[in-house]
Ligand binder design. Structure first.
Ligand code: PLP
Length: 369
């Protein structure tokens, strides 16, 4: 069986370094917000080209605290694509804000800036841009649009560690950016973790307060904070994985290139804009004849694991439908959700395994036609 994601393979690949990092932390006696977190925050900020990085407990909390840090409060409206992890919407709702669902572009399935004007109301305060599948959203247009309308721009970089737009890392364009270290992400921990990056001193200060009970001084909450801390043991392992992120992303691109050159064009899915550097977090194909589910089931029988990101757009999910306009309100999003399929994609996939996936897929396609 070839799984669609495989964090255990990453552990095996970097086992000696990861085990050493674990031992270092265990023997240090420091387990929460110590030297490993501090070093990782500095190294990650440096990698991204951000002034500040603040480690937190997950990507979802990174988004939630980022929204709070830039001043989003109850009743504010936040524009967000519906085609995203439900975590993006959960964070907006948790901050008290109202998600306003936006349509995506067919080419890359990222938020389409063109129709956003129509979503603006006197209560609109922010846009959350998600760099879905590792492809940068149109940050040039979005930053100009946010500036023109005096909106905050928050980047959801959970799937895009290492991606670049206009020669710069994603996460450095908006006011603030949230990243996840969920095990299957391009930079994955072996547990939950997240980080917030920003160029602005006041946002960074606010995040330091929010992630630990609102303490300016220990044991004295000057505002209502939370416990959202990154563990030392995860920071130590993430330092190992960050050192290898560039080579791991390169390997993902090579695998994606093999897939693209072998698969018929009508199966090709979302693609990064020509001048952008994507990081192939997921390799997504599209099957236009509405036989996607059959394709997935047959691949499973052939030992190929796949997944769908995401089968139900957020504006049609039970928890969030009340914020949306119902079926057929976002046709590009809804059609994509019926057609997309994520193939196995992780740096440790061997050439033979990539070939096995391609051959199985071509065979299944022949049978379906
Ligand atoms: C994974 C993910 C998140 C949530 O991150 P967690 O660390 O799992 O909380 C948020 N947004 C997107 C786009 C994601 O892919």
């Amino acid at each position: 069986m070839i799984p669609f994601a495989h964090p255990l393979a990453a552990y095996h690949h970097y086992r000696a370094e990861i085990d050493a990092a674990i031992q270092r932390v265990m023997n240090s006696g420091r387990y929460i917000l110590g030297p490993e977190v501090e070093a990782f925050e500095a190294e990650f900020a440096d990698y991204v080209g951000a002034r500040f990085a603040v480690g937190v407990a997950s990507g979802t909390e990174a988004l939630w605290l980022a929204l709070r840090a830039v001043g989003i409060v109850e009743g504010d409206e936040v524009i967000v694509p519906s085609l995203t992890a439900s975590a993006t919407i959960a964070a907006i709702v948790e901050s008290g804000a109202i998600p306003v669902f936006a349509e995506v572009k067919d080419s890359d399935l990222n938020i389409d800036p063109a129709p956003l004007e129509k979503l603006i109301t006197p209560r609109t305060r922010a846009i959350v841009a998600v760099h879905l599948y590792g492809n940068p959203a149109d940050l040039t247009t979005l930053t100009a649009f946010a500036q023109a309308h005096r909106l905050r721009l928050i980047e959801d970089c959970a799937q895009a560690h290492g991606a670049q737009h206009a020669g710069r890392s994603v996460g450095t364009f908006g006011d603030i950016a949230a990243w996840s270290f969920y095990p299957t992400k391009n930079l994955g921990a072996f547990g939950d973790g997240g980080i917030v990056t920003t160029q602005q001193t006041d946002h960074a200060e606010q995040l330091h307060l929010l992630r630990e009970y609102g303490w300016r001084v220990r044991y004295d909450s000057s505002e209502q904070g939370w416990n959202s801390r990154l563990d030392e043991i995860h920071a130590a392992m993430l330092r190992v994985r960050l050192k290898h992120l560039t080579e791991d992303n390169q390997r993902r691109r090579e695998i994606a290139k093999l897939y693209r050159s072998a698969l018929p064009v009508h199966l090709h899915g979302p693609l990064a804009d020509g001048s952008d550097v994507g990081v192939e977090h997921l390799f997504v194909i599209r099957h236009a004849q509405r036989q996607r589910d059959k394709l997935q089931a047959t691949l499973k029988q052939a030992g190929i694991g796949t997944a769908i990101h995401y089968p139900v757009p957020c504006h049609l999910q039970g928890a969030y439908a009340a914020f949306g306009q119902g079926p057929d309100s976002l046709p590009i999003t809804e059609r994509a959700a019926r057609e997309i399929l994520s193939l196995p994609m992780y740096p440790e996939l061997s050439l033979a395994e990539v070939e096995q996936v391609i051959n199985a897929l071509l065979k299944v396609m022949e049978a379906l036609e």
